[in-house]
Design a protein around this ligand. Structure first.
Ligand code: PRP
Length: 180
């Protein structure tokens, strides 16, 4: 079982669900009367997005970009960010809300923000489920943070190691023997 590879549960399913509901309410209040243009950053954000958008009471569009900065078996960002799949619709004039699973060094988000600003959206805000402030290399603005976490390699709820574990319903720490 995949969950047997987990050394410790950092954020339980119950806490994730409760915080996601809170974020959904807060975002809905902040965007009252508006139609945000959500950009979810694949792959990691898909689980959080699916839960969060069902707590949004405002109409919203959902769009996707796929970005990669980690190698498959690496536990650290390479710092080299690539767009693997771009938006299919222009965000020009739109109230963009970026959805991330985790902001670590900030390199990925910094790249996305710079890239999107050149496309003239009306506004850009950022919502991330997890943030590791101790690892930040680039100062990035984040409007909504689910949880600040310590510098541990986390998996589950969308986050992977070597493309596995994304389906775990909690955020956990992988046993070191799997990546050392
Ligand atoms: C993860 C995560 C963020 C990024 C954060 O993506 O989804 O996009 O790394 O790291 P950073 O702040 O150090 O740049 P990853 O490259 O692992 O791809 P994935 O979402 O497809 O798993």
């Amino acid at each position: 079982m995949l969950k047997d590879d987990v050394a410790k549960i950092l954020i339980s399913e119950e806490r994730l669900q409760a915080r996601t509901a809170e974020l959904g309410q807060q975002i809905s209040a902040d965007y009252a009367g508006q139609t945000p243009f959500i950009i979810a950053v694949l792959k990691g954000a898909y689980v959080f997005l699916a839960d969060l958008c069902r707590h949004l009471t405002v109409p919203h569009q959902v769009h996707f970009m796929a970005i990669s900065s980690y190698g498959g078996r690496s536990t650290q960002s390479s710092g080299v960010v690539r767009i693997l799949m771009d938006l299919t619709e222009s965000p020009e004039g739109q109230k963009v809300l970026i959805i991330e699973d985790i902001v670590d060094s900030g390199n990925t988000l910094d790249y996305i923000l710079r890239n999107l600003r050149t496309r003239n959206p009306a506004s850009i805000r950022v919502c991330t489920l997890l943030s590791k402030p101790s690892r930040r290399e680039k100062p990035v603005p984040i409007d909504y943070i689910g949880f600040e976490i310590p510098d541990e390699f986390v998996i589950g709820y969308g986050l992977d190691f070597d493309e596995l574990y994304r389906n775990l319903p909690f955020v956990g720490i992988l046993k070191p023997e799997f990546y050392e």
